[in-house]
Write a protein that binds this ligand. Sequence first.
Ligand SMILES: [Zn+2]
Length: 487
Amino acid sequence: MLSSSSEKKVPVPVPGQRNILITSALPYVNNYPHLGNIVGAVLSADVFSRYCKQKGYNTLYICGTDEYGTATETKAFQEKTTPEAICAKYYQLHKQVYEWFDIDFDHFGRTSTKQQTEIAQDIFLKLHQNGFLTEKTIEQLYDEESKTFLADRFVKGTCPTCLYEDARGDQCDKCGKLLNPTELINPRSTTTGSVPIIKETNHIFIKLQDLQHKTKEWFQNNKDTAQWTTVARSITQSWFDKGLEERCITRDLKWGTPVPLEKFADKVFYVWFDAPIGYISITADQGGHKIGEPVGLIRKIEDAEIKEWKKRFGGGEDEIFQLDLRVGQIESVELHPEADKLYVFNVKIADTVTRKIVGGLREAYPESETLIGKKVVVACNLAVAKLKGVESEGMLLASKQNDGVTSLLTPSGEAPLGAQIYPKGAAFKPEKVLKKNPTKIILDSIKIGENNVPLYKNLPLVVFDSQKKVIAQVATEKDIAQGSGVF
Ligand SMILES: [Zn+2]
């Protein structure tokens, strides 16, 4: 048996020499390694590594266990222990098996390391800086007993086509039909046996379609000279032919590389995104940060980047929203007795609550009766102000574009009276009476975005129910140019 790899002298790249890095596919940690692991990925690379070393090339051969993801969490759940303990146990087991087979790795590492976190988060933030990430709300099955979202294959139930009772959420093993877990009859969680519910969750997607041009060009330039297998070439080609699509790169799990954003603090990178970075981090790990390329990738996340992320995805201190906006409905409109540009509105914000609000919409809406019955966005926690002798108990939000065209902001039809409106992704903490100057919040920070939707620091204003579920949208009722202010 060999001495343990860590006692060996590890090679570092030498400028001007032929430097060769050899990697074997990282085995997943939650099982015993089998002959397939050895034959499929490790043995051939070991032979090549030994050959390169005999030829005198500066060669580094690395591998390691792929440790994050649902399967590890599930295994830990089954063995009634922690993911950390599962990984520590199986890492040793894998290492011993490869040593028994006399596989001569220069380093056999792991993906659950500090290097992995630093490098993966750094790549993630660079993708963001270059505009390759986007956020979406998706519906997923949720196990209320284990308080976890369920991957498709962890849901079983009756196949809607052949009525096989043990069909998986992604596919029926009996008739082969591809399924959505929500299609199953009598669905149940395979971890707890309870009936899953459907729950909304936010995730980050990588816009692979925007990377197609660059990666395809690289592939075209190399496919004839690089020694790739026919299968590798044809699969890659078919992906490009179909066109790359957006893919989700975050998961609602605890065991993984944390997403470096406050709003996504309870989520980790999907292993699909994370595991390939393992090759880089394990290489960085073996050299103790002394090797060439990957060292440049390791650095602290800059404050400015964090701020930019908070701005974009919200949830940070910058996005505490203190304005109490509600869905209201105009009941009646009168002309202001003293000012010819002002109306006095009676606005209903609950079945029994009406507010008197003074607003300057007479030029934009000269026929006052057209305003009656309209749904509006009402700022409800402003200090009472006297406007030309009439007290106003709030404000109706509107937007005006440069040429003077002015439009009320309107919640979509289904929005109930009194429902709260705030930026999606921001922390909503309205003060009883706003201390700040409201124009600081409204005029300086709310602008009209695409499709007439008002954005507060790039987060859309939407209507929520008391469970913080989005129930309706907000937009200007007339077409208003992007970037126009709100007052
Ligand atoms: Zn079936």
